[in-house]
Design a protein around this ligand. Structure first.
Ligand code: F6R
Length: 259
């Protein structure tokens, strides 16, 4: 597990975007797992800038998003399909049929969730999975007590998550209580995982994820079981880590060795 304390959110976005662009150069048909929310926006802006500068070609990339709310139509401003179009897809010219979201309607949702898992497999699996983290340690919408072996399914959002995301909804506007999310088990199958976290609000979740016991009570702690995961943190999110100085020293050595 790599823990990189960045000098700013911009630097974190720069490093993550650089990793994705390097992976894309290696594999033009890259399969990306994507997150929404405020955390990945800086990365998406940099991917769009690379495309505009002619430095990246996303025409063969396929994407699988982590989660989507149940009950919001695709064109609803708070739907994750809308968010991704506005924040990334339109800017990088991704072919529409290369974009995948977890299912949120139909009369056989469990079957459609299994089909989503199958679609990931048929694409060859996720090469790079981008993650944020909830202040309660969720990844995707795998809320505390989610099975660490879980697959794509419907989850009920916790009060904490609803409160954290209330800022996106106007007064009196209905906020969805349910979402379909990739499972923790699904996420752990990605070949490489890049997690960003910013702000003091996430510091305890980061401490539990990086240094706590592996526990379904802090779902991000399951990432300790993954062989290739990197945490990109700002100083606030890193503030409760007990081995902070050690991670800084490891990073310094990595840079000196040309990493
Ligand atoms: C979103 C997702 C969530 C967010 C998390 C942090 O697709 O999977 O786990 O990454 O809730 O959200 P922000 O980035 O808004 O703090």
């Amino acid at each position: 597990m790599r823990v990189i304390e960045c000098s700013s959110q911009d630097q974190a976005a720069e490093l993550v975007a650089a990793e994705i662009l390097a992976a894309l150069r290696q594999k033009p048909g890259l399969v990306l797992g994507l997150a929404t929310g405020s955390t990945p926006i800086g990365v998406y802006q940099r991917l769009i800038a690379a495309k505009r500068a002619g430095a990246a070609d996303f025409s063969r990339v396929r994407t699988f998003n982590l989660d989507e709310y149940i009950g919001l139509p695709a064109d609803h401003p708070q739907s994750y399909r809308h968010f991704m179009r506005a924040q990334l897809f339109d800017g990088i010219g991704l072919p529409r049929h290369h974009v995948h979201f977890p299912p949120t309607d139909g009369n056989d949702l469990p079957g459609a969730c299994r089909a989503y898992e199958q679609a990931i497999k048929s694409a060859g699996g996720i090469d790079v999975q981008l993650l944020g983290i909830g202040s309660n340690g969720h990844i995707g919408f795998n809320e505390p007590t989610s099975s660490l072996a879980s697959r794509t399914r419907v989850k009920t959002l916790t009060d904490k998550t609803l409160a954290d995301n209330a800022r996106f909804y106007g007064k009196g506007e209905a906020q969805p209580q349910l979402a379909t999310t990739m499972g923790v088990g699904t996420i752990l199958e990605a070949r490489r995982i890049l997690l960003q976290s910013f702000g003091t609000k996430k510091a305890e979740a980061i401490r539990q994820a990086v240094e706590g016991p592996v526990s379904s009570f802090w779902p991000a702690s399951a990432l300790q079981l993954h062989p290739d995961v990197t945490f990109f943190l700002d100083a606030d999110s890193a503030s409760l880590l007990t081995m902070r100085e050690y991670y800084r020293r490891v990073r310094k050595n990595e840079i000196e060795l040309g990493g």
